[in-house]
Design a protein around this ligand. Structure first.
Ligand SMILES: Nc1ncnc2c1ncn2[C@@H]1O[C@H](COP(=O)(O)OP(=O)(O)OP(=O)(O)O)[C@@H](O)[C@H]1O
Length: 327
């Protein structure tokens, strides 16, 4: 990879509970290239959101970064003061969360929020700010932009609010956006529109993205590469094409198999992974996936597999699946 835009190295996050520190994220490392979309997938509780929050320093107790380096174009975010990070958020790193109301101020008009964000980060004059705000409302596909600028968040529908959150995340021209389940709270039809919008704006602006989702369909559509998390570890990372064509970690193969797909006879088939992902307070020794893994052998019960290069990607498995080549 060329010089990474975002570099996450050995990131670990702990959860304080009754005087003990539970590992919520363990030694996770990945890079994002300029303009790249990295999809982050995994089951609920795998650690995707805490990783995203750690990048923008939005972890709150009882969660805490216990180790790791996070660099944006070489600038160490993990060493910055809260004040410096405040400046980075919005300007250099935008963010989109699942619930638009967590990103919007309920008492300020949409126009004020867009203009404040651009004023803070882009140092524009007020006439230019108004024009840009109108432009962003139009770009995210909302009709009657003058009316929208005057509206308060509660006067908009959930889909409209999420469009504004996307505009807010992008209007200061950040280098990268962290999007955590940006479409999950929306109706299915609105989800598809929102993904199309994000893809279009990503093409237009060239902003890189970390796209956190439990939905493999979303990453298949949006991501250049995919990182798979399981029980607080990064267990596979590869280009989207390689990952879907030839997953090397049995968990990734299970996730792909658990996504509804046409069965060739007019129906859909889903092959669920048996069992459930362990919680952070009940991690088994060795590979955390071994109790559910069809390929597990004796060593999987004792050895935590490191992430190693396999083909064009990386996987953390002692007995990975063989590479499947295109037919
Ligand atoms: N504020 C919190 N307080 C206590 N535990 C938390 C908190 N936030 C997350 N956790 C725990 O940290 C672990 C990772 O959670 P995280 O939200 O990152 O998972 P996720 O993969 O993003 O799942 P989801 O898709 O459900 O958000 C889970 O065990 C979760 O219970």
């Amino acid at each position: 990879m060329e010089q990474p835009l975002l570099s996450v190295r050995h990131l670990s996050i702990g959860l304080s509970r009754q005087g003990t520190q539970l590992p919520v994220l363990n030694d996770v490392s990945f890079d994002v290239a300029p303009g790249e979309v990295l999809g982050v997938v995994g089951e609920s509780g795998a650690g995707k959101s805490v990783a995203g929050a750690a990048i923008i320093d939005l972890l709150v107790p009882p969660l805490r970064r216990t180790a790791g380096e996070i660099a944006l174009r070489g600038d160490r975010l993990d060493l910055m003061s809260p004040r410096q990070m405040h400046r980075v958020r919005g300007k250099r790193v935008g963010f989109i969360f699942q619930d638009p109301m967590t990103s919007l101020n309920p008492v300020l008009s949409i126009g004020k929020q867009l203009k404040d964000t651009m004023r803070t980060h882009l140092r524009l004059g007020s006439s230019e700010l108004h024009g840009r705000a109108l432009d962003w409302v139009t770009r995210v596909g909302l009709p009657n932009p003058e009316r929208i600028l005057k509206a308060a968040p509660h006067e908009l529908s959930g889909g409209q609010r999420q469009r504004i959150v996307i505009a807010l995340a992008l209007c200061a021209e950040p280098e990268i956006v962290i999007a955590d389940e940006p479409t999950t709270a929306l109706d299915v039809s609105v989800q598809a529109q929102m993904l199309d919008l994000m893809r279009l704006l990503h093409k237009e602006t060239g902003t890189a993205m970390v796209l956190i989702t439990h939905d493999l369909g979303v990453v298949a559509k949006m991501a250049d590469r995919v990182a798979v998390f399981y029980a607080g570890r990064l267990i596979e990372i590869a280009s989207t094409r390689a990952l879907f064509q030839s997953p090397r970690h049995p968990y990734t193969a299970g996730l792909i198999g658990a996504t509804p797909a046409p069965d060739g006879q007019g129906g859909m088939q889903v092959v669920a992974i048996p069992g459930a992902m362990p919680g952070v307070d009940a991690l088994p020794p060795g590979c955390a996936f071994h109790p559910r893994c069809p390929r597990a052998q004796a060593d999987c019960r004792t050895v935590v597999p490191p992430l190693v290069v396999l083909g064009t990607g990386e996987a953390a498995c002692l007995h990975p699946l063989p590479e499947r080549t295109a037919a």
